[in-house]
Design a protein around this ligand. Structure first.
Ligand SMILES: [Fe+2]
Length: 254
């Protein structure tokens, strides 16, 4: 089946569901504007906005997908994790990391690129397995609206971050993140992670609310510049498909 006809087939199969999702979201937005949005309706609309963002993005409607993702975030609980919640994210990362049955079979170390595996996602939480080899690195980034925690299950990583010294100069410092260590951060923290060389490394990452946009930092005219990209863009840049795109492609191939 050629790509256009495959996409048309996906659209024909999902049309009724997509339009129903639009109706649910429209009703929720209408209620929100009049201050009458019930909690269950908010949760359902946030879930439908999440599905809609993935499905219309897969069908090539990038602007519609961005709007749906913005609605997903607008319909999410008003407050992301507070600093007091960060230890709970770290506890969750450790608990999942110690249950290797959830991720062990998914570990893959690829000499060409960091390997991502999306273990779980809803509006409030997503969980990733990331596999590292040969000094592979993230570059400097923040996590936009999401707080997070990382548990290193095997191998070792380095976390690079900016530090202002006593003289006021900003330097890069590095923390060693060895197997069994866990660390957390809020959305505005800027860091870079890289494989520390040596044996392959694997790590469990949890984010709340679910990670969508990230800020990447590169030297540019006038200093460091921030570029906002989605995690789907990051996966595509590394040659790995967004999970929802992968599911749709598999569905189209049936
Ligand atoms: Fe990060």
């Amino acid at each position: 089946m050629s790509p256009p006809s495959a996409l048309r087939a996906v659209w024909e199969r999902s049309r009724v569901e997509v339009l129903a999702q639009v109706d649910v979201i429209t009703a929720a937005v209408t209620d929100a504007l009049t201050g009458s949005l019930a909690e269950q309706a908010r949760i359902g609309a946030a879930r439908d906005a999440h599905k809609l963002a993935g499905s219309v993005g897969t069908l090539g409607f990038a602007v519609a997908s961005d709007h749906a993702r913005a609605l997903e975030h607008a319909l999410a609980p008003a407050h992301g994790p507070s600093p007091a919640d960060l230890p709970r994210l770290a506890e969750l990362a450790v608990a999942l990391g110690r249950e290797s049955r959830f991720w062990r079979d998914l570990v893959r170390h690829d000499p060409e690129t960091r390997y991502f595996n999306h273990l779980y996602r809803d509006v409030n939480l997503d969980v990733w397995l990331i596999c590292w080899l040969d000094a592979q690195d993230t570059g400097y980034h923040d996590h936009d609206l999401s707080s997070g925690a990382v548990y290193v299950v095997e191998g070792a990583l380095c976390e690079d971050y900016f530090h202002r010294d006593v003289g006021g100069w900003i330097n890069v410092e590095t923390r060693a993140r060895t197997a069994g260590s866990v660390f957390d951060f809020d959305g505005s923290s800027i860091h870079g992670l890289r494989h520390a060389t040596g044996p392959p490394a694997s790590s469990i990452h949890v984010y709340s609310p679910a990670l969508w946009r990230m800020g990447y930092y590169e030297p540019g005219e006038g200093g460091l510049r921030r570029t906002s990209i989605t995690y789907a863009d990051e996966m595509a840049a590394s040659g790995q498909a967004h999970p929802e795109a992968k599911a749709a492609a598999e569905s189209a191939a049936l």
